[in-house]
Write a protein of this length. Structure first.
Length: 161
């Protein structure tokens, strides 16, 4: 087959299909790019194109499409986007009655506890302490009340922050 005969036949095919003019060489680039998009490995693509090295195929013939870049950037955006936190979190406080007042322990803040003569005052103090702590850390997920183990006489108070 003479090169000119092939080119004439190729041009007729393009014209009949309404695709416009593309060089045959451009089809090689398109093939390489689309093959890689569809998951063909680089070695197979390189062999099919008759190249001696995979790096030549990757550097010269394959192209990253804008749609691919946008799709991959969406993945990265999702990766780096923190979930929206509710404006109000409800945290449980276990309350242990004592002879002279109450011992209050916030379940999700193990390093905190308070003894108070007045329950309401103790709860207010803990609310303030928890709010201050939350300002310096990522909020912990509140422990569901049904997962809290209570001792005899203890009860749970829920505070909203």
């Amino acid at each position: 087959l003479e090169p000119r005969t092939f080119k004439d036949a190729y041009d007729e095919i393009l014209k009949a299909s309404g695709l416009g003019h593309y060089t045959f060489h451009a089809l090689r680039h398109t093939f390489a790019t689309r093959a890689m998009e569809q998951g063909m490995d680089a070695k197979t693509t390189s062999i099919l194109l008759g190249h001696s090295s995979v790096s030549f195929t990757l550097d010269t013939y394959t192209h990253v499409l804008d749609s691919q870049k946008q799709e991959k950037m969406k993945v990265m955006e999702e990766f780096f986007t923190l979930p929206d936190m509710p404006q109000v979190q409800s945290y449980a406080i276990t309350v242990t009655p004592m002879p002279n007042g109450f011992l209050l322990n916030p379940v999700d803040f193990e390093d905190m506890s308070i003894e108070a003569n007045d329950l309401q005052y103790g709860i207010q103090c803990l609310q303030t302490a928890i709010a201050q702590k939350l300002a310096t850390m990522y909020p912990p997920t509140p422990t569901p009340v049904n997962e809290i183990v209570l001792q005899q006489g203890e009860f749970v108070v829920i505070v909203n922050l």
